[in-house]
Design a protein around this ligand. Structure first.
Ligand SMILES: O=C(CO)[C@H](O)[C@H](O)COP(=O)(O)O
Ligand SMILES: [Fe+2]
Length: 228
């Protein structure tokens, strides 16, 4: 289980996005939070900005769509250049059809769950996905406190992934920092989004390296404990 660190540009300077992407060299993906002021009470950016950002950086884009009518919009983010597109389970009318469409267009398909949405109803859908995102804050804003009560859901999701022998990545997003990343890794997450913990640091690239070291140490210890 390789650890991946995805800085969220929600905490970056939106007038200098190309430079902000350069500031996190070494990151696995750039996490792009798309908000429509309907699914969440905040408004960020859309397809044209993703198109420009995809041209401006070599880091692949991990687009987290916090928007209504995901079925209509998500494929357009693949066309805009996103390498991974995450729609919310709560916002998709036909999640299986949508995941297949995202994959068919050439991106990784991912589905997100808000804190109060359980994983269990989606167990049979997991093989259709490349990544599952468990929100560890209520979506909408950066800089919120990590919800510890999401740790059992992360654990249960990791068990389901193992039970079905899937390659699915398990992402956590919201309040991930030096003081919470180890708990997430220990629970079974392998992809970590961090906004304020990276862009609020004096040296964002160093913050990415430090978070990676912390998560790798925990996941190596967990693998050793499991005997593989
Ligand atoms: O999806 C999000 C909010 O809805 C952001 O990706 C997330 O909040 C990152 O910011 P931080 O690490 O500061 O919590
Ligand atoms: Fe996000």
């Amino acid at each position: 289980m390789a650890v991946q660190i995805n800085p969220s540009i929600l905490s970056a300077d939106f007038a200098r996005l190309a430079e902000e992407a350069k500031a996190v060299e070494g990151a696995d993906w750039l996490h792009v939070d798309v908000m429509d002021n309907h699914f969440v009470p905040n408004l960020t950016l859309g397809v044209p900005v993703v198109e420009s950002l995809a041209r401006a950086t070599d880091i692949p884009l991990d687009c987290h769509l916090m928007i209504e009518d995901a079925d209509r919009w998500a494929p357009q983010y693949v066309e805009a250049g996103a390498g991974s597109v995450t729609f919310h389970a709560e916002a998709a009318a036909a999640p299986i059809r949508l995941a297949r469409e995202i994959r068919a267009k050439g991106a990784r398909a991912s589905m997100a769950l808000k804190p109060a949405t359980p994983i269990e109803p989606y167990e049979d859908l997991l093989p259709e996905l490349d990544m599952l995102l468990i929100m560890t804050v209520e979506p909408g804003f950066g800089g919120q406190a990590f919800l510890d009560l999401m740790l059992p859901k992360i654990r249960r999701t990791r068990e389901l992934i193992s039970k079905h022998g899937l390659e699915l990545w398990l992402q956590v997003d919201g309040g991930v920092s030096a003081s919470t990343i180890e708990r997430c890794a220990e629970a079974g997450a392998d992809v970590f989004v961090a906004g304020s913990a990276v862009y609020g640091a004096a040296d964002p690239a160093q913050a990415v390296r430090a978070l990676r070291t912390q998560a790798e140490t925990v996941s190596a210890a967990a693998a050793w404990a499991c005997g593989h």
